[in-house]
Design a protein around this ligand. Structure first.
Ligand SMILES: [Zn+2]
Length: 860
């Protein structure tokens, strides 16, 4: 699954551990599932048989079921068939079937009829609406298959699934298997579609889609591929198809195992909580990350679409073919898919520079991992709430960063062989994290297991404090490691943690040399002298702390650092500011040295941090001097490429131009210019490069009036069939600064005019800016019961809890804590702790850095 449009994590629940694990008496082997959705009444009927085996005689069988109303229930074994009495446990989400005569050890068949609801909560078998009609679609991961069919809903219970759907005559259906028959009836006005049984797989990978989907067909080798969407978006499927065709062919070669299913469908769903879901052979997507017209899509959307498809395709092998035994190893699924997603794209579109993207993804994890309230990659989970919680940047980006570090250490081919060997060994089965690293260790013949254990079992990450000396043409690098806790203040006991990790050093005149670091203090030797980068190619998952003079030397180094290294250095230096180890001036001087950097994500990284300096560290009386410095430092970079540019400019140039326009949006000339460009774009879309549209609309909105707002709303409403265009305006609404317009956006965010999948995203944006956060928080408090009911605690509410972490005042932190004490959200308990820590860190940073910032500004 890919959750994050906004980086999300979820919760820590107080439900008794193990409350929801099933007894291990029954092993399911084969499900036969028949569904008859009633779109009009928003319900469905189900008929099910489960063939399995009992390990011991028993008079009862317990399986998962939630919001299911049971009809007939029988259990058949060698002694014949007998009716079962059904008792439900709503808290544990289970049903227990009890029979009079003990079921014998060995084979047995459970037969059930039942009804369920097509809910509006975007989980299980649920309802989606578009174009004046209803769709029945599904999202089973992590623990919602039980809402669609009673089942042994744990990943280790792999079985085959033979699925049949009886649907309205005019509708079509998609499921995991290839369609084997389509016949009229048997009920009037219906037809029945039978799908081929799946290979063995987990319940969370079942997919059911009913509606009027239209598909574009292609293939990769023997695998037929279709990209499907609602009819109005039929024209937006070609780019996704070409990406999928390329990527399936790539992964077939990379894994050395052919794509494991008979066909591949990828479907855009109008209402979808996550980003996308890797259901075996029937991948579902939020429309925004699948449906794009290559000719008019920004480079950001093209990259997003291709990389989410790639992530979900990697799961077909890693996750679907071989599945974690239990959800405590979800990091293995998600971290691997995050890491692997970049592989085919690097081959397909080298100009996208996937090494820089990987370095940017690692930054997301390193930021979270500097919190005391972070978690270890491997975390025990038992309840549904706890399971949903661990789909966070630790599972995704941290694991991907650690895997990338190990790949760099053992070499790409040895790593690939280890992965392929692991997949072959556990194909169609389940494995734990240790099984993965044992296999890579064996194949690569290097102590990968020691590195993995050190990073998987311990929370946080090491900061390497670096001192270098040039001796006889070599560099002696003295390293000291401890856990980085990213707030000013005394060291904690956690700082005593140490890690086993490969550290690669690249001096100005030498090539990279790598050493395994195991001790708290260790000295390593690298060939050559000159400023030494102690995270060569940014492939290591750790923080570096250089002397301030060494930071300046690295910025000025010739040959220069690579783009990924510059990104990593900027990230690390910002965390030195956040942790109080360095004065903010060291960071700002580094940013000035990189002001004309040509790599868009390097500029974007700086722009985000400069926003925090202006918003959280600069006082009201310092703002003007601050903006003067930002203008003087970055306006020449924008002038050098031009405010508008030609339509023939490269994607990188336009992407960088967009970031610089936003960074300089306080500049009156930039503001006027953006407004002119926005008006011209609305009159004639071809007048503006697609990559510039979103930033131009946002900058125009920041100075925009009610007339412009009305135009944006009209354009947004008219763009329902073009997701990228819709979200350009949708996101820009959060940038208007006129108080009356802020209020309109806030009311819009909690109105039924916004899909529940999008409301959390908009509220998070409003909570993230100091201009809109106070009034948005007031609204959230007032509207809380309605917000919880509409957005749900699975996706929307966590987005709000995350957004609240952008406050920077002890008073607000106390108020937020009090509010959630009174209105607890078990699914977001850890996330709330992390947001409160982010606020506390921000207030401590403000106190620590304000005097240093004043001195630095004075000296400019
Ligand atoms: Zn995933």
């Amino acid at each position: 699954m890919l959750l994050s449009l906004i980086a999300l994590s979820l919760c820590l629940a107080s439900v008794p551990a193990a409350a929801q694990r099933l007894p291990s008496t029954v092993t399911p082997l084969r499900y036969s599932l028949w569904f008859a959705p009633d779109l009009e009444r928003e319900t469905f009927r189900g008929r099910e048989s489960i063939d399995g085996t009992l390990a011991a005689p028993s008079t009862s069988i317990t399986l998962h079921a939630a919001e299911i109303t049971f009809g007939e229930a029988t259990i058949e074994d060698g002694g014949g068939s007998q009716p079962a009495r059904v008792s439900l446990d709503a808290t544990a989400e289970t049903a227990t079937l009890t029979v009079a005569r003990a079921i014998a050890r060995g084979p047995a068949t459970i037969r059930l009829t039942y009804t369920g609801i097509l809910n509006d909560k975007l989980r299980g078998f649920y309802l989606s609406k578009a174009n004046g009609r209803k769709y029945a679609v599904s999202q089973m991961e992590a623990t919602d298959a039980r809402r669609a069919f009673p089942s042994f809903d744990e990943p280790a219970y792999k079985a085959t699934f033979a699925i049949t759907l009886m649907i309205d005559a005019a509708d079509n259906a998609i499921s995991n298997g290839r369609q084997v028959s389509d016949s009229p009836g048997p009920e009037p006005g219906k037809h029945t579609i039978v799908f081929a049984p799946t290979p063995k797989m987990s319940t969370y990978l079942v997919a059911l889609l009913v509606g009027d989907f239209v598909c574009r067909s292609g293939a990769a080798g023997a695998t037929p591929i279709r990209i499907c969407a609602t009819p109005d978006k039929q024209g937006l499927t070609a780019f996704a198809l070409s990406a999928a065709e390329h990527q399936v062919a790539f992964f077939n070669r990379y894994f050395g195992i052919p794509y494991p299913y008979e066909k591949l469908d990828i479907i855009g769903v109008p209402d979808f909580a996550a980003g996308a879901m890797e259901n075996a052979g029937a991948i579902t997507f939020r429309e925004q990350v699948l449906l794009a017209d290559e000719a008019t899509a920004s480079v950001e959307v093209r990259k997003l679409v291709a990389s989410v498809i790639s992530h979900e395709l990697a799961h077909q092998w890693f996750g679907n073919l071989v599945t974690m035994k239990w959800w405590d190893d979800i990091w293995l699924n998600e971290g691997f898919a995050t890491w692997a997603a970049n592989k085919p794209l690097a081959a397909w579109k080298p100009e996208w520079k996937m090494d820089v993207k990987a370095a940017a993804e690692t930054q997301i994890a390193l930021n979270l991992d500097a919190l005391r309230t972070t978690r270890a990659i491997h975390t025990q989970v038992e309840t549904s709430a706890q399971i949903n919680e661990v789909f966070d940047p630790i599972a995704y980006e941290k694991t991907a960063g650690v895997l990338g570090m190990i790949e760099a250490y053992v070499g790409p081919e040895a790593f690939r062989k280890g992965v392929s060997s692991y997949l072959a060994k556990y194909a169609l089965g389940n494995a734990a994290g240790e099984d993965f690293w044992t296999e890579v260790t064996r194949v690569a013949e290097k102590p990968v297991n020691r590195i993995m254990k050190s990073f998987v079992d311990q929370p946080g990450a090491p900061v390497l404090s670096v001192q270098t000396r040039c001796i006889g043409g070599n560099t002696e690098v003295s390293l000291r490691q401890e856990r980085l806790v990213g707030a000013p203040g005394p060291a904690t006991a956690a700082a005593a943690q140490t890690w086993t990790l490969p550290v690669c050093v690249k001096t100005a005149s030498g090539s990279a040399t790598c050493t395994m670091v195991t001790a708290r203090e260790q000295t390593i030797r690298a060939p050559g002298c000159g400023a030494a980068m102690v995270n060569a190619d940014a492939r290591g998952y750790y923080y570096t702390e250089y002397e301030p003079a060494a930071v300046a030397a690295l910025a000025a180094r010739r040959p220069p650092l690579t783009p990924a290294e510059r990104l990593s250095l900027l990230g690390d230096e910002w965390r030195m500011v956040r942790s109080g180890r360095h004065d903010v001036g060291t960071y700002l001087d580094l940013a000035a040295a990189f002001a004309r950097d040509e790599t868009p994500s390097v500029v974007a990284e700086m722009a985000g941090r400069l926003g925090e300096v202006g918003g959280d560290i600069a006082s009201a009386s310092q703002r003007e001097a601050w903006h003067t410095w930002v203008r003087a430092t970055f306006r020449p970079a924008l002038d050098a490429i031009g405010l508008t540019g030609g339509l023939g400019d490269s994607d990188d140039t336009n992407s960088r131009r967009g970031t610089l326009l936003k960074l300089l949006s306080g500049d009156a000339e930039v503001q006027t210019h953006a407004r002119d460009l926005a008006l011209a774009y609305m009159a004639r879309p071809a007048s503006l490069s697609p990559t510039l549209v979103a930033p131009v609309l946002q900058v125009a909105a920041a100075g925009g009036d009610a007339a412009l707002y009305d135009q944006f709303v009209a354009r947004m409403t008219a763009s329902s069939a073009a997701p990228e265009e819709y979200y350009r305006y949708f996101n820009a609404l959060a940038s208007f600064r006129d108080p009356a317009l802020i209020a309109r956006t806030q009311q819009f965010a909690v109105s039924p005019d916004v899909r529940s999948q999008d409301a959390g995203m908009l509220l998070t944006q409003l909570l993230s800016s100091s201009a809109t956060q106070e009034s948005t928080w007031a609204l959230v408090k007032t509207e809380w019961p309605a917000i919880v009911a509409r957005l749900g605690t699975f996706q929307g509410v966590p987005a709000i809890v995350y957004g609240l972490g952008a406050f920077c005042s002890a008073e607000r932190a106390a108020e937020i804590k009090t509010f959630f004490d009174a209105h607890p959200v078990p699914e977001s308990a850890r996330l709330l702790q992390q947001s409160l820590e982010r606020i506390a860190t921000c207030t401590a940073v403000k106190a620590r850095q304000a005097p240093a910032f004043g001195r630095w500004l004075q000296a400019r």
